[in-house]
Design a protein around this ligand. Structure first.
Ligand SMILES: [Fe+2]
Length: 399
């Protein structure tokens, strides 16, 4: 038995108008100050006003949301008692709202209770529907079961990767009006998050036939539309397809899982605060090489990525799968260059001294990441040390 979970998805221009069809009068909006200042919150509240719905707004979500922020959201939800919760924002906002929703429905629970074996969480939605409106095109959090919450413990910020299928929003409203104003760097970083979800999702140990199809489609869309949207942010066709790609990738990796690029990216982000998409995008070609070099012959990553390269039209059907699979790595590197994504950790401006001082911590954090066990090839401490060092220098993984 396996399973595939998805929110109801409304996408394309004017998708936001679907809100008027959702039963409920009291809306609690979770967002951040930047979106308020940019006028995106007003687009939403004007719509709610026109539908005659009431709302209260919480704008205090910060990047890398903390456990404290989630508990604050829970308190506000319990006091306002909404029947609709709307997350308007990127991954941080959506994760805060999803976790807050679960704790509102089950006030006896805390963040540690948001785990896959908590059967009660399958019953979310009795008090409120959860609507996710992504404003960036990358995290896929509008479709996924995961929430990433930071907790300060043992003198370091740790990213808790909590997850439950019940945390998947009721609806995702994927309207390109919201990411339309993203500057080029944010467009690039978030699209590389989608790309990392799709390429990792293709070979993770939970991959399946449903997730494969979605991951390949998302890769195709990112490669076609990122260069266009990076150059011309006003190209609404490119914005729309990149936005759809993020949701499609979210469904793919949300039902298949990401792996090493995300455990290493989260670990790196916790220590050096590189934006998530930039970090996981940077690790992507290296962790893909590491998987393709797996000496374990039962690992089918090479076959899957080889076939994927052929389906994407990057290799010939007659090509050897190993050769075809490595074309995916080359294509990712080409795209990184095309949109000026840093190609190695050194290029992020981290000194060798700082890197060496933190290497042990970086590796330890990887072992605490649930994504690490989703990899078709599991690194030991020595391998993690080597991979980080190779990525720092920008050397191809040859082991
Ligand atoms: Fe991600």
């Amino acid at each position: 038995m396996w399973y595939f979970f998805s929110p109801g998805i409304i996408y394309g221009e004017d998708a936001i108008d679907f809100l008027q069809n959702i039963a409920g009068q009291k809306c609690f909006i979770v967002t951040d100050k930047i979106l308020e200042e940019l006028g995106y919150l007003k687009i939403l509240t004007d719509k709610l006003d026109s539908y005659g719905k009431n709302y209260e707004v919480y704008t205090d979500v910060r990047p890398d949301p903390t456990e404290e922020g989630v508990l604050k959201t829970k308190e506000l939800l319990i006091s306002y008692k909404p029947d609709i919760i709307i997350a308007l924002g990127g991954g941080s906002v959506m994760d805060t709202a999803k976790a807050g929703w679960a704790l509102y429905e089950y006030p006896e629970f805390g963040v540690d209770d948001l785990h896959p074996f908590n059967m009660e969480l399958y019953n979310l939605g009795k008090k409120a529907k959860m609507i996710a409106i992504p404003t960036t095109s990358g995290t896929g959090a509008e479709t996924t079961w995961a929430v990433v919450i930071s907790r300060y413990e043992e003198e370091v910020w740790k990213k808790l990767e909590q997850a439950h299928k019940g945390l998947i929003p009721t609806y995702a409203i994927v309207d390109p009006i919201f990411p339309a104003g993203m500057p080029p760097e944010l467009t690039r970083d978030t699209a590389f998050d989608s790309l990392a979800h799709s390429v990792e999702g293709l070979v993770s140990v939970w991959r399946n036939e449903f997730s494969d199809a979605l991951c390949i489609k998302a890769i195709e869309l990112v490669f076609k539309y990122l260069p266009i949207a990076y150059k011309d942010g006003n190209n609404m066709e490119a914005r729309d397809y990149l936005h759809q790609a993020a949701t499609i990738a979210g469904l793919g990796f949300g039902n298949g899982q990401a792996h090493l690029g995300h455990s290493m990216g989260h670990s790196w982000g916790a220590v050096f605060h590189t934006p998530h998409g930039r970090a996981v995008g940077l690790f992507l070609p290296y962790v893909t090489q590491y998987c393709l070099n797996n000496p374990d012959e039962s690992d089918i990553s090479t076959e899957i990525l080889g076939r994927s390269a052929k389906k994407l039209g990057w290799a010939k059907w007659a090509d050897d799968n190993r050769k075809a699979a490595f074309i995916i790595v080359d294509k990712i590197k080409e795209l990184m260059k095309q949109v000026n994504l840093p190609m190695n950790l050194k290029d992020l401006g981290i000194s060798r001294d700082d890197f060496d001082k933190n290497l042990k911590m970086l590796v330890n954090l990887c072992f605490q990441s649930s994504s690490s066990v989703m990899s078709p090839r599991s690194p030991n401490t020595e391998d993690y040390n080597k991979i980080f060092t190779y990525v720092y220098e920008g050397k191809d993984i040859d082991f």
